[in-house]
Write a protein that binds this ligand. Structure first.
Ligand code: IVH
Length: 719
C-alpha cells in the first residue's frame, strides 16, 4: 500500500525513511521534467502536495532529512537548528466546520454553554482564515524581543532575526502599549509576490517554488536573514498571547488596537450577530477568494466579547469560542476496485474501498473507509438515508470521493449511470476474515436497535485483535515507544521464535532479556534492524518502564476508555493500585466502589461497565500483572492550579444555577483543579446548591458535607 495515504503522525521511522527516499526521487524526476523538458507530468497542485508531504515527514523525523532532500534545494535550514522558545501561553488550533448546519450548531453550542436562549445577542467576528504560518511576536517594554513559530503549540522555533526583516511588523510599539504584549497572527507571502519571485527564478534559470505557503515557511527558516528580507513576507494580526494589561474587552476592539499600534489587520473582518449575516459574509468572502492577493482556506468565527470567551474557555486543543468554517472539500471521481475488511483492536470489522488512484485536493487517494455495513447500503449512524435508495456501494462502481481537511477520504455517492451491468450488492462477511469466528452486530440494550458495527467475537483468539491491541499499546498517546511502530509490531507478532516473539504487551519489556539469553536468533542480524537501531529500540523501551498512570490506563485498551477518560480515571484514583482495587471491588454493583465510579462526572454507565468487565477477565489480569512486573506507573500528577482553594477537592453542583450553566460550572471547577462529581457521597468536599436543590442537598447535610450557594462559590474561588 502506498504510504501517502497514511497520516504523517502514524508513519513509523522506517515507513518515513522509505517514503522520503521515494519523494526525493519522485520530486527530482518532476523537477527535471518541468525545468529541463518543459513537460510536466503532474499538476502544480500534485507537485505541491508531494513537497508538503516531504516537509511534514521531515518535520516529524528531523533525523531522516536526506542530503538530497527536496526541502534543502530551496536553501532552507535543516530542522532543529533554530533555538526553541516555549510559548508563554500555548498556541492553539481551531476546530473546523464545513456546512451551514455545522455553523448553526457552533452558534447554538455557544448559547447553550452560556445558558442563553439563541436571540442574536452574541456578536461574532468573522474574518478570513489565512493560509500561512502562525507566529507569536513578543514585545517587552515596547520593543520586539522575540518571534516564534507555532511549533507543536507549546514550543516553537525562534525566528526573531528573520521576522525583524518583515517591514509590515513593527519593531516598537507606542508608549501606551502594555509592558508585555504578545501579538499573534499569520505570516504569509502575497500571491503576486510569489508569482514575481518565480518569474525571477525562472529568468535566472533556477528552480521555482511550489506555493506561497511553503515559500513563506522556507523563507522564514533561512539561516541568512538577508534572504528572508528579499522575500517580501507579510503579516496579519488576529490574536494574542500574554498581555500584562488588556487594552480592550472585545476581539474586534483588540484588533483595532493592533491596527493603531501599526500592525496590518484583515480588512474583511466583520462583527456580526445572526447566522444569516454570518453565512452571507462567508459566501461573500468565498466569492472574493480568487481575487484576494493571499491564499485563504476558510472563515474564522470568534465570540467578540472577551468576558464570554473567558467563560467559554477551551477544550484540550481548541477554544470553545471560535471555529473555522472551511471552504468546501475537493471531490473527484474514481472507481472501487475492491472492498476489503480490516479487523480492529475491538474486533470491529471495517470495510475499506480500494480505489483507482486519483488526486483529490492535491493528494493521491487510494483508499477510503466505508465505515460499516449500513454505510455501504447508504444508511447513516442514526438510521437515516445518506444516499438515495439503490445507491449502495459495489465493487466496480464509479464513485465520488471527497477529502475535507485532514479527514480520511470519504465515498460520497455512486454514479449510477456508470454502474457495470451484472454488478452485485456487497455481501458483508458474517465471519471474521482473520480468525473465522462469528462476526455479529450487537443490539443496543437501551434503544433495541442493531449496532452499526459488525464485531468479531473471537476476542483473544483473533490475531487481528491481538496485534491491533499491541499497536494501540505502543501508540503515541499510550506507551509511545519510538522505533516500535505498526510495522515492527507486525514483525514481532508474527515471529514464533521465543527469543523474538511479542504476543502481549509485557513481552515488549522482556525482549532484551530474551535476546541476550539467546545465542541463535539475534535481532541485529535481521534485515531492517542492525546494531544501532536495536540498541535504540531497547533504550526506547527501557525509557518507558516508568509511565504516567493515564498512559497506562489508556494503553490497556479498555473498550470506551479513550485518552480523556483515562486522564479522568488517573486523576480520580491517583495510583494504579487504588484504581485496580476499586475496579475489582466495583464488580459488586451494590458496593461503594461501583457508586464512586459512576459518580465521576464524565463516566457513564456504559464506560463504567466496560472497565469493570475488563478487570473481571482473568486473562486481562494476567497480562496486567506480568506488565507490572516490568513497568512502574507513576501516580497521577497533582492538579495544575494547585494554588486554587478548590484544587484536588471533589465538588458537586445541584439545583438551578443562575450565573453560569452546568457545563460552565464544571469547566470552571476543573480549570481550578477540582474534580466534579455527579452525585454526593462521603468523598464529596463541597456541594454548590442553587435554588430548588433537593435530595443532593439533603444527603450532603446528612453526611456533613460542606455546602454553599452560587455566590458562596464565587467568593470561594475569588471570582
Ligand atoms: S485564531 C485560539 N484567526 O489557523 C485561536 N487563526 O487552525 C487562535 N489562522 O494556527 C487562532 N487565520 O495559524 C485565527 N484569522 C485567523 C486565522 C487563524 C489563519 C490559522 C492559525 C492557527 C490555525 C488554526
Amino acid at each position: 500500500m502506498s504510504t501517502l495515504s497514511i497520516a504523517v503522525e502514524d508513519l513509523t521511522l522506517e515507513d518515513a525513511a522509505t517514503e522520503l527516499e521515494r519523494l526525493a526521487k519522485e520530486l527530482a524526476h518532476h523537477d527535471a521534467l518541468y525545468h529541463g523538458k518543459d513537460a510536466p507530468e503532474i499538476s502544480d497542485a500534485d507537485y505541491d502536495a508531494l513537497k508538503r508531504r516531504n516537509e511534514e515527514i521531515e518535520a516529524r523525523f528531523p533525523e531522516l532529512v536526506r542530503a538530497d532532500s527536496p526541502s534543502r534545494k530551496v536553501g532552507a535550514a535543516p530542522a532543529g537548528i533554530f533555538q526553541q522558545i516555549t510559548h508563554a501561553r500555548p498556541m492553539l488550533s481551531l476546530d473546523n466546520v464545513f456546512s451551514d448546519e455545522d455553523v448553526s450548531d457552533f452558534i447554538s453550542s455557544v448559547y447553550r454553554f452560556l445558558g442563553l436562549l439563541p436571540d442574536n445577542s452574541i456578536a461574532f467576528t468573522a474574518e478570513p482564515k489565512i493560509d500561512g504560518l502562525s507566529m507569536s511576536l513578543r514585545y517587552e517594554n515596547g520593543r520586539l524581543v522575540s518571534a516564534a513559530t507555532r511549533g507543536d503549540g507549546t514550543t516553537g522555533e525562534n525566528v526573531t532575526a528573520n521576522i525583524r526583516t518583515i517591514k509590515e511588523i513593527p519593531q516598537t510599539l507606542p508608549a501606551d502599549a502594555p509592558a508585555i504584549v504578545e501579538v499573534r497572527g499569520e505570516v504569509y507571502m502575497g500571491k503576486s509576490d510569489f508569482l514575481a519571485l518565480n518569474e525571477q527564478m525562472l529568468a535566472e534559470g533556477k528552480q521555482t517554488y511550489v506555493n506561497p505557503r511553503n515559500t513563506a515557511a522556507g523563507s522564514l527558516r533561512q539561516l541568512d536573514p538577508a534572504i528572508t528580507a528579499s522575500r517580501k513576507l507579510k503579516f496579519f494580526a488576529y490574536a494574542w498571547g500574554e498581555i500584562s494589561d488588556m487594552p480592550a474587552d472585545t476581539q474586534s476592539g483588540m484588533v483595532e488596537v493592533f491596527k493603531r499600534w501599526g500592525f496590518p489587520v484583515n480588512p474583511l473582518t466583520q462583527r456580526l450577530s445572526s447566522i444569516e449575516a454570518i453565512l452571507e459574509h462567508y459566501n461573500g468572502i468565498g466569492l472574493k477568494r480568487p481575487d484576494l492577493d493571499y491564499d485563504i482556506d476558510g472563515v474564522v468565527y470568534k465570540v467578540d466579547r472577551l468576558d464570554l470567551q473567558q467563560r467559554l474557555g477551551f477544550r484540550s486543543r481548541s477554544p470553545r469560542w471560535a471555529t473555522a468554517h472551511k471552504f468546501p472539500a475537493e471531490q473527484a471521481f474514481t472507481t472501487v476496485e475492491k472492498i476489503e475488511i480490516q479487523v480492529g483492536r475491538t474486533g470491529a470489522l471495517t470495510p475499506v474501498a480500494r480505489l483507482t488512484p486519483v488526486t483529490v485536493g492535491g493528494v493521491v487517494v487510494t483508499n477510503a473507509t466505508l465505515h460499516n455495513a449500513d454505510y455501504i447500503e447508504g444508511i447513516g449512524n442514526g438510521g437515516e438515508r445518506i444516499r438515495e435508495e439503490e445507491h449502495d456501494i459495489r465493487v466496480g462502481d464509479t464513485v465520488i470521493v471527497q477529502r475535507a481537511g485532514d479527514v480520511i477520504p470519504q465515498v460520497l455517492d455512486v454514479v449510477m449511470e456508470k454502474r457495470p451491468e451484472g454488478s452485485e450488492r456487497y455481501a458483508f462477511p458474517k465471519i471474521c476474515p482473520v480468525c473465522g469466528s462469528h462476526a455479529v452486530r450487537e443490539r443496543n440494550e437501551k434503544t433495541g436497535k442493531l449496532d452499526s458495527v459488525t464485531r468479531c467475537t473471537g476476542g483473544f483468539v483473533c490475531r487481528a485483535q491481538a496485534v491491533e491491541h499491541l499497536k494501540h499499546f505502543v501508540s503515541r498517546n499510550a506507551f509511545d515507544i519510538e522505533g516500535l511502530g505498526a510495522k515492527q509490531i507486525d514483525f514481532f507478532f508474527e515471529a514464533e521464535d521465543p527469543a523474538l516473539s511479542i504476543k502481549t504487551a509485557p513481552d515488549i519489556f522482556t525482549l532484551e532479556k530474551r535476546q541476550s539469553a539467546s545465542a541463535l536468533t539475534k535481532l541485529e542480524n535481521i534485515d531492517g534492524f542492525g546494531k544501532v537501531s536495536v540498541r535504540k529500540l531497547y533504550d526506547a523501551i527501557n525509557d518507558r518502564r516508568q509511565v504516567a498512570l493515564h498512559r497506562l490506563i489508556y494503553a490497556l485498551g479498555i473498550r470506551h476508555v479513550g485518552e480523556t477518560t483515562a486522564k479522568l480515571l488517573a486523576r480520580s484514583y491517583g495510583s494504579y493500585t487504588a484504581f485496580a482495587d476499586a475496579m475489582k471491588a466495583a464488580s459488586d454493583i451494590t458496593s461503594e466502589a461501583w457508586s464512586d465510579l459512576n459518580t465521576i462526572d464524565g463516566i457513564g454507565d456504559v464506560v463504567a461497565r466496560a472497565i469493570v468487565e475488563f478487570f473481571k477477565e482473568p486473562r486481562n489480569m494476567d497480562v496486567v500483572s506480568r506488565l507490572l512486573d516490568e513497568v512502574t506507573p507513576q501516580d497521577a500528577e497533582a492538579p495544575v492550579a494547585s494554588s486554587s482553594p478548590v484544587a484536588g477537592k471533589t465538588v458537586v453542583f445541584t439545583g438551578s444555577l443562575e450565573k453560569m450553566t452546568r457545563d460552565e460550572a464544571k469547566a470552571m471547577a476543573e480549570r481550578l483543579g477540582a474534580k466534579v462529581a455527579g452525585s454526593v457521597s462521603k468523598k464529596t468536599d463541597l456541594l454548590v446548591a442553587g435554588p430548588g436543590a433537593g435530595s443532593k442537598l439533603e444527603k450532603a447535610r446528612e453526611l456533613g458535607v460542606e455546602t454553599t450557594d452560587e455566590d458562596g462559590w464565587f467568593t470561594l474561588i475569588g471570582g
